[in-house]
Write a protein that binds this ligand. Structure first.
Ligand code: GDP
Ligand code: MN
Length: 380
């Protein structure tokens, strides 16, 4: 799950990291009111689930409250990497003497959390990583011991020469690790971590991604979910208990079981097609899930054919068949469907489908070939 900068900052603040104050506005008037409370110059920042906002014009300095209203009007409604800006963060502008980067990420290759820090922080960190990787210091956190105090100091010395700044940065690095662990994050980044002209080290941007699988134990973080900022299909799928991931192809797939779903996608590719999605309807017998699955898939204009691949075990084939029939009654499905059902209550399922005018197959290769051919207009 992605959260916004202002939410990540709340988490960092709660763990004692120095973060300037800030409030969220959804209109220029609100932005103006917040800015006038702070007095002086502010920064108006687009709250969208992507980085690179500064370069896209989504982060603007405003001299005063009236200017903040103008900047908010310019940013609200703006599109950044395909996402519409619905909210802005208004925060007092900081004076910046230097910008550093501090990040921690769950790294599969290392099987551990890995810290990355660089004194070359700011908007061009990706470029730094590509052109001068030696400017980035990495540290694998041994899961047996956690981040040890001397390691935090070592990372901080890679950022600053001044021992006062190093101590502040080491404390921030330790707290960032705590915040990351407590929130169940897979990524936590401060970019930039700034030093002010007075020598204070603080976080003026923050990004966190949360592991979906731990949300149940962090209800405060789960409550930060912003469904207005995520693709509607994902929200709908999650609410219905479906695992859904949109892809770029044109064969819409409805499968039960994650393993079978992966194998089905492989076979679609094997026979020359491209899957439009990963979709696992799970192991339960619930026709409603099938209806929702079909609603989600048919809402994707790229989908040219729909492939059902159901291996009936706990999932009953007749329930899936009923779901397909019910979906065609409730919504118009204007794309061809290829169905394969095998296993529990297969005969009943085939009968239900036949009465509704659908053919069902039992062979996986055959049905995948059929779905790919239908996506290509039935020509191969
Ligand atoms: P991002 O582009 O999405 O990463 O957004 P950031 O919050 O990191 O802002 C981008 C850049 O805008 C920063 O690297 C700073 O150079 C600048 N910036 C952001 N906030 C302030 C601020 O309070 N004062 C000043 N002077 N510059 C800021
Ligand atoms: Mn940033």
């Amino acid at each position: 799950m992605n959260i916004h900068e202002y939410q990540a900052k709340e988490i960092l603040r709660a763990h004692g990291i120095p973060v300037p104050p800030g409030e969220v506005a959804t209109s220029p008037e609100e932005a103006e009111a917040i800015a006038s409370k702070y007095g002086g110059p502010v920064v108006v920042k687009a709250q969208v689930h992507t980085g690179g906002r500064g370069k896209a014009g989504g982060v603007k300095l405003a001299d005063d409250a009236a200017d903040a209203a103008e900047k908010a009007a310019a940013i609200l409604g703006m599109e950044i990497k395909g996402l519409t800006v619905e909210k802005v963060l208004v925060t007092p502008a900081e004076e910046i003497a230097s910008e550093a980067y501090v990040g921690i990420v769950m790294d599969r290759a290392s099987q551990a959390d890995v810290f990355m820090v660089s004194s070359e922080g700011g908007v061009d960190i990706e470029e730094v990583a590509a052109s001068q990787p030696e400017a980035i210091t990495k540290l694998r956190v041994d899961p047996r011991y956690g981040l040890l105090p001397h390691q935090a100091m070592g990372l901080a010395w890679a950022l600053y020469d001044d021992v006062k700044q190093v101590r502040q940065a080491a404390s921030i690095i330790r707290k960032l690790h705590e915040a990351y662990r407590a929130a169940g994050a897979t990524l936590a980044e401060i970019n930039p971590l700034i030093v002010t002209p007075e020598g204070e080290v603080k976080a003026i941007d923050a990004k966190m991604n949360i592991d979906d699988n731990v949300l149940f134990r962090v209800p405060d973080v789960e409550a930060m979910r912003d469904t207005s900022a995520e693709p509607p299909a994902e929200t709908k799928a999650r609410d219905a208990g479906l695992s859904y991931i949109k892809l770029d192809g044109d064969v819409g797939c409805v499968v039960n079981g994650a393993g079978l779903a992966m194998a089905t996608m492989d076979m679609v590719k094997h026979y020359g097609g491209e899957p439009a999605n990963f979709l696992d309807i799970g192991g339960s017998s619930n026709p409603d899930k099938v209806v929702t699955a079909l609603e989600i898939i048919t809402a994707d204009p790229r989908v040219k054919s729909i492939l059902f691949n159901i291996f009936g075990g706990i999932t009953r084939c007749d329930d899936v068949a009923n779901g397909i029939v019910e979906a065609t009654n409730r919504i118009e499905i204007d794309r061809p469907i290829a169905i394969r059902l095998t296993g529990t209550n297969e005969e009943e399922a085939v009968e239900i489908l036949k009465q509704a005018g659908f053919a069902a197959m039992t062979d996986m290769d055959e049905v995948v070939k059929e779905a790919v051919s239908l996506a290509h207009g039935g020509s191969d």
